[in-house]
Design a protein around this ligand. Structure first.
Ligand code: C5P
Length: 228
């Protein structure tokens, strides 16, 4: 059994409102994805880190990635996250039985120890699993005119994070079979096959940079982690 990371990084990050794709926005003097790759490279169980960028990516080559020895760059990004993941899984030079840890480029504050604990917990599991956190806020369903239609029960609801850890061959089959608008993460493809991936407790620090203010939050989290 060996583990590799697959980092989809072929999105445009339209919600950030910047012309530079989100993964290359400046975060503490480095492109955002640099921090993500550093975290994954610090996980001893991960033998290779595969990054999926789009074929026309003009940014990647302008940075120095020499600090990351186990990096493989795959220029095969697709039109959606699921397509990028599927293309990357197929292109990666790994075995079908290997565990793929798919992790968003846009989650730079990942704690390597959390990933090691996840691997220990899931490495003998029949299906695999994901990092996630229980929903903390009360959930409202919007009705007409941005008025509340009702309150949704939050019991048993979790917010999915990444990494999401599945065997490479099984994940390829699941995504290829069910790819479409419903497949917003890897687990959802496995769920469509009737499988029940494990929920592994993640961390609120593992935020996905989506909106402009998230960059500031990410900087604070990374600085906090550095200062102990
Ligand atoms: O846009 P969002 O934050 O949901 O994207 C999650 C991750 O998927 C990001 O790391 C982004 O670069 C990646 N992605 C991709 N290919 C796409 C769209 C998104 O690799 N076509």
């Amino acid at each position: 059994m060996s583990c590799f990371a697959l980092v989809p990084a072929a999105g445009s990050g339209a919600r950030m409102g910047a012309t530079t794709p989100k993964q290359y926005l400046d975060l503490l003097g480095k492109p955002l994805i640099w921090h993500t790759l550093r975290a994954l490279s610090a996980v001893p169980e991960i033998t290779r880190v595969c990054v999926v960028i789009s074929a026309g990516d003009e940014w990647w080559n302008s940075y120095d990635w020499s600090a990351f020895e186990r990096l493989q760059v795959l220029r095969c990004g697709g039109a959606t996250r699921a397509e990028s993941v599927l293309n990357g899984l197929r292109a990666a030079d790994v075995a079908d039985a290997d565990w793929a840890l798919v992790h968003d480029a846009a989650r730079p504050c990942l704690d390597p120890q959390l990933v090691s604990a996840m691997i220990v917990r899931l490495q003998h599991d029949a299906v695999g699993g994901i990092l996630a956190v229980p929903v903390a806020d009360t959930l409202k369903r919007a009705g007409m005119g941005e008025r509340i239609a009702r309150t949704e029960a939050r019991d048993g609801l979790w917010q999915a994070q990444t990494p999401q850890m599945f065997r490479r061959g099984e994940l390829i089959h699941a995504i290829a079979e069910f790819i479409g608008p419903d497949i917003t993460d890897e687990a959802s493809a496995l769920e469509k096959q009737g499988k029940a991936p494990q929920l592994v407790m993640g961390s609120p620090w593992n935020l996905k940079v989506t909106w402009p203010q998230d960059l500031q939050l990410a900087a604070l989290i990374l600085q906090g982690a550095k200062n102990g």
